[in-house]
Design a protein around this ligand. Structure first.
Ligand code: NAP
Length: 259
């Protein structure tokens, strides 16, 4: 399917690895030029080089922590005319509800709520002026069903989801859509880190921790960054203009709910 977005420009934050990288790859395959970001420059440059070589699109890299204002400013300078924004950042650490301090909450809210909002506030006015735009926020299945040990994530992402629910309806008249993609477990470094926690707490092997998790997923496997990226690129396409303010779960059926 031709996604109809060849020649457009996209910002994908936190995109050297994992789900953000999957989104960047799929957008590049559709002919979209990219501004990519991550803190570590080695993996970022490697991803950028692979994308340039495979898809021939322009890729600008901005290394730095996306929660920092000066890093976002550098991204925005490179993002002149961008009509597509995919927001992403690392997820907060797991823990126990009683242990988290105010600073822990501020860090989580900054990364997983206020940073995507700041990027939307910076880039959507241009999209609105040009009458077309696509925003996809990478959130989490924890928005639909809480994961108790990820309370920082549950809290911060619920805030972003509330903001998007209202704002998506405000910008839709200008041809700008905002939607959230909610990953369940996907085979990335983040999943390996979470599984590492299970290995440590239960005293089992990594394979056993993965098997335990897969047993609870109707698809009986982890998702891939490639299929996550393909869904993201579709939401950024010309065909998705009537999908507004939705929270789309990609979890292999893990959350047992009718709606
Ligand atoms: P990942 O494999 O660990 O990749 C994270 C990417 O983001 C890397 O490129 C990392 O590069 C970059 N990054 C992290 N923090 C950053 C920051 N502050 N500023 C700029 N770049 C940053 O993670 P993932 O699995 O793709 O997860 C992406 C998001 O989806 C996370 O918020 C995660 O919590 C959420 N999620 C993932 C799953 C899953 O199963 N994978 C499930 C539910 C939700 P650097 O480290 O070099 O910065």
């Amino acid at each position: 399917m031709d996604l109809g977005i060849k020649g457009k420009k996209a910002v994908v934050s936190a995109s050297s690895k994992g789900l953000g990288r999957g989104c960047a790859m799929a957008l590049a395959e559709a002919g979209v030029d990219l501004v990519l970001n991550a803190r570590g420059s080695a993996a970022l440059e490697e991803t950028a080089a692979q994308i340039r070589a495979r898809f021939g699109v322009q890729v600008v890299t901005v290394a730095g922590d996306i929660t920092q204002g000066q890093v976002r400013d550098a991204i925005l300078r490179a993002a002149e005319g961008a009509d597509i924004l995919v927001t992403n950042a690392g997820g907060p650490p797991p823990g126990l509800w009683s242990d988290w301090s105010r600073e822990d909450f501020i860090r989580a809210i900054d990364a997983n709520m206020l940073t995507p909002i700041a990027l939307m506030q910076a880039l959507m006015p241009g999209m609105i002026a040009r009458g077309w735009g696509r925003v996809v926020n990478i959130t989490s299945q924890s928005v639909k069903a809480p994961i108790a040990q990820l309370g920082l994530s549950n809290a911060a992402r619920a805030g972003l989801t509330g903001f998007v629910a209202g704002t998506a309806r405000q910008v839709a008249p200008s041809g700008v859509t905002i939607n959230n993609l909610l990953p369940g477990i996907h085979d990335t470094d983040r999943a390996a880190a979470l599984d590492g926690g299970v290995v440590a707490s239960k005293g089992i092997s990594m394979d056993a921790a993965r098997a335990l998790r897969m047993a609870d997923i109707p698809a009986r496997r982890y998702g891939t960054a490639e299929e996550f990226g393909a869904a993201c690129a579709f939401l950024c396409s010309q065909h998705a203009g009537f999908i507004v303010g939705q929270n789309i779960l990609m979890d292999g059926g893990a959350i047992n709910a009718t709606l």
